[in-house]
Design a protein. Structure first.
Length: 93
């Protein structure tokens, strides 16, 4: 989703002139908040396609694992939109 002036104008026109409804996609997954033995606080999301997203809540380090357990992607999450993008990526694998 873009947030440029043009994109905002298009959304405004669609909602106010044509009765459009804002749509939002929320990934379907199971979310668990765990504390490991060494004290790390993790958010672990398991998606229906077998992909697992693991995020360290203290450092923002995120790792995406495929259904075989192999690391597909590692990123540093600093803002919520980055997390959303990573969740959509994990769901699409």
């Amino acid at each position: 989703r873009r947030d440029s002036d043009t994109a905002r104008k298009i959304r405004f026109t669609a909602v106010h002139n044509f009765g459009g409804v804002a749509m939002c996609h929320c990934p379907e997954c199971e979310t668990m908040h765990n504390v490991t033995e060494d004290g790390r606080q993790l958010m672990v999301q398991n998606f229906n396609n077998g992909v697992k997203l693991e995020i360290d809540k203290q450092t923002g380090a995120a790792v995406v694992y495929d259904r075989r357990g192999a690391v597909v992607s590692t990123r540093q999450i600093e803002k919520i939109p980055e997390l959303t993008d990573l969740q959509l990526y994990a769901e699409s694998l």
